[in-house]
Design a protein around this ligand. Sequence first.
Ligand code: AP5
Length: 216
Amino acid sequence: MNLLIMGAPGSGKGTMSERICQEFDILHISTGDLLREAVQSGSELGKKANDYMSKGLLVPDEIIHDIIVDRLSKDDAKKGFLMDGYPRTIAQAIDLDKILKKLNMKIDRIIQLDLAHEVIAERITGRRVCEGCGTIYHIKNKPPKVDGVCDLCGSKLYTRSDDTLESLKVRLSEYEKSTKPLLDHYADLVKIEEIDGDGSVDEVFHKIEDVLRVLS
Ligand code: AP5
């Protein structure tokens, strides 16, 4: 089962991806996570990417191409994957079509998460992320048992540098301009499941689970 999950920044893609990949035993490929790892490692690629990410802008397509080819070529992608935050531009979608063709793979479904901008702002400003294992928390909706500490691995939680209202404005506008048009690109190619992203984590996950069960 090969899936794409799409939706505005803060709509719950990362949170739902964790649950879907665990439930259906597929690989989670998040370009945002891969880029943040590159930034943390201090590599040349990470330094370049950080110039864009810190401003809420999209990272250039050629950087993303290399990251995706590298990740999809590894053996663990053969069991099935969920791409989170990619593709994000029409150019990336066309590039992905070519990469998948070469690897003899295809996308089976797209999950599109819909959420009002006011709810997104509340979710983004309360998000905390584990610096050790990447688990996503929210200070009100999904607080850790001990303040500032990951329940799963005990590492410290941090606030992403792009989780400000100022950066969110730019990210939402990038989404509307560059990413939303992908829904038209894929309309005749892949079945798109529109999911209402409002509701608790369990409620939203169960809606997704229902539409994916038919595939597994
Ligand atoms: P990326 O990491 O992909 O960020 P994003 O798309 O902005 O999405 P987010 O991670 O902010 O939100 P999410 O939808 O995953 O929400 P989450 O589950 O965390 O990209 C970051 C940057 O990297 C981009 O701006 C760009 O610069 C660059 N980049 C990445 N990919 C790229 C690409 N392909 N091309 C070019 N540039 C690229 O949830 C948010 C909060 O809400 C959490 O606190 C969570 O606990 C809470 N929450 C989630 N679901 C619920 C629920 N149902 N109820 C209550 N609370 C909930």
